[in-house]
Design a binder for this molecule. Structure first.
Ligand code: ADP
Length: 538
């Protein structure tokens, strides 16, 4: 080997921090406090100084290299200050999902051994519920005004900052040291922790910025709808900081009305959200002016074609589908159009789950672990490898989730020759009927194309003859009607005949997970408990 002449500089988030606060000192973080309140606007230079003060305050409380600092916060300026201060001082930022059940919340805080938690006062009562269970937390810092009963002794965020000066001396840390942690939402068993390194976060931020990624630049403004606790808000905060892209933070105002108001007022160019949020805006704020948006990243679950078409037609806004998971930092694939052979139907590309990004190796394997071809046909479990893909879970063996150094994603699908993946299901949601797979994702997306259907979730239920058959759970749009027979008729020329569900149920709402995805686990449980009224046809 010939040794290179390059400098051995560790990839540290503090480098991105330094760059943003100086080169893009005038870029802004805008925090929404509700339609009748003034926007809180601060420049990167100001936020950088406050992050310094936060780092100094945390150090004064005894937070050192490697200590975990939890955040229990909305998307806002304070949360961004923690994103900068905590990893750059060498501590580990643990973003807590504010929608976890109490027992899961106390589990993840104790498992990560958080030493300090920063909490937004408006949600302090949720943290107070588990305060007595927390075994490692030494200090709770409260940001803003609110009811802190039950939290015991607390510290005030602004008072702590006021006691410190800007100019924190950030250390250079090992690029492989943990910088941040996220736990998966734990649909089965306890949540599992992923510890991102300085290096993985740095590299992922660069990938997010690229034209094949989220296309973030200084002349952009991101409306950050996806929570900062959901897989690092898909890497957008650091990508924005590093490029000088403004960030608009909606806090708890995540309903269609306030979001539409915020978009009209701040004119963001990019946003990112799970499909349920985009569906809500479409159905409840269709007259909003979203024309400032160049594109909206959508993922976390499959994005129906009908949703993309409706955004194009109603708002003139392009919805771009992405695929990833907490374990992949999360961005691993994004469905940008190919250069050649697009054909007449752009949507045929856009409905793909994503096209693998440079930096991520991807393959599909069958049940025996044999690697399958990228032919767009073969279906197998997707496995990924790369510098921002987790190689293990935090203090949790889970060897079955890895295969020869590759992460087994638990997603089943195909890949075509150009590297576009199409997820047909999560392995645990696959419907196996007479030995063959039915894609619940395909059925759902097709059903959601029917004008009367607001939401459709399809789950596998036991069947004496075929082992499993699909149960279609339908939420009708306001004022609309449809019978199982009509919906079956609608599906007939769009999916294989043997996929057609015999069992149908009409429900008021599909239960959602803590990050707003359809909760099929809850639907299956409702079915087993006999809580659903099922009609059988055909
Ligand atoms: P949780 O496991 O709590 O849902 P994650 O956000 O980490 O949290 O979920 C990752 C999973 O979301 C992926 O493994 C995949 O099943 C699903 N997913 C993400 N993006 C897409 C997409 N574009 N299409 C289909 N499924 C997706």
């Amino acid at each position: 080997m010939i040794k290179s002449t390059m400098q051995d500089v560790p990839l540290n988030i503090s480098q991105l921090f330094r760059h943003g606060r100086t080169v893009h000192a005038d870029s802004e973080i805008l925090t929404f406090h509700g339609p009748d309140q003034e926007l809180q606007v601060s420049t990167f230079a100001e936020v950088g100084d406050r992050a310094d003060q936060l780092a100094a305050a945390l150090a004064a409380l005894g937070v050192g290299v490697g200590d975990r600092v939890g955040t229990f916060m909305w998307n806002n300026q304070g949360h961004m200050e923690a994103y900068l201060a905590v990893p750059c001082m060498g501590a580990v930022l643990h973003t807590l999902n504010i929608r976890l059940f109490p027992e899961q919340l106390s589990y993840v805080i104790n498992h990560a051994e958080d030493k300090v938690i920063i909490v937004d006062a408006s949600i302090a009562p949720l943290l107070a519920k588990v305060r007595d269970e927390l075994t490692t937390v030494e200090h709770i810092i409260v940001a803003g005004e609110g009811d802190t009963t039950g939290l015991g002794e607390t510290l005030d965020y602004e008072e702590l900052l006021a006691a410190q000066s800007p100019g924190y001396d950030y250390p250079v840390v090992d690029e492989l040291a943990a910088a941040a942690m996220c736990y998966t939402s734990g649909t089965t068993g306890n949540p599992k922790g992923v510890a991102y390194s300085q290096r993985s976060t740095y590299l992922h931020s660069l990938a997010v910025q690229t034209m094949q990624g989220v296309r973030v630049g200084e002349d952009d403004r991101i409306l950050l709808i996806v929570p900062q606790f959901h897989a690092n808000a898909w890497g957008m905060p650091y990508a924005a900081w590093a490029t000088g892209c403004d960030l608009v933070m909606p806090q708890q105002f995540l309903q269609a009305g306030p979001l539409a108001h915020l978009i009209e007022k701040t004119r963001p160019t990019i946003s990112g959200a799970v499909p349920t949020v985009l569906t809500d805006i479409l159905h409840n704020a269709a007259d909003a002016d979203l024309s400032s948006l160049k594109h909206v990243l959508c993922g976390g679950s499959a994005v129906p074609r009908s949703l993309m078409e409706a955004y194009d037609e109603t708002f003139g806004v392009t919805v771009v589908q992405a695929w990833g998971m907490t374990e992949t930092s999360p961005l691993a694939a994004i469905s940008r159009l190919p250069k050649h052979d697009v054909g007449d139907d752009e949507y045929a590309w856009r409905v793909r789950s994503g096209r693998v990004l440079a930096g991520v190796d991807l393959r599909i394997c069958d049940e025996d672990g044999t690697v399958l071809p990228w032919d767009g046909q073969a279906q197998g479990e997707i496995e990924v490898r790369g510098p921002w893909i987790t190689g293990s879970y935090y203090l949790d063996a889970s060897d079955e989730k890895f295969h020869d150094g590759w992460l087994r994603t638990g997603d089943v699908g195909s890949v075509d020759a150009k590297g576009y993946i199409q997820i047909s299901d999560r392995a645990k949601d696959v419907i196996k009927s007479g030995g063959e797979w039915i894609s619940s994702v395909d059925l759902e997306n097709t059903l959601m194309g029917h004008p009367s259907v607001l939401e459709a979730a399809v789950v596998g239920i036991p069947d004496d003859r075929w082992d499993e058959r699909p149960l279609a759970c339908i939420v009708l749009a306001d004022g609309k009607t449809a019978t199982p027979e009509e919906l079956t008729e609608y599906l007939t020329d769009k999916v294989a005949k043997w996929w057609l569900p015999e069992r149908w149920t009409f429900i008021d709402e599909v239960p959602k997970t803590s990050v707003g995805k359809f909760s099929k686990k809850d639907l299956r449980a409702s079915y087993t408990d006999g809580d659903l009224t099922v009609t059988t046809v055909g």
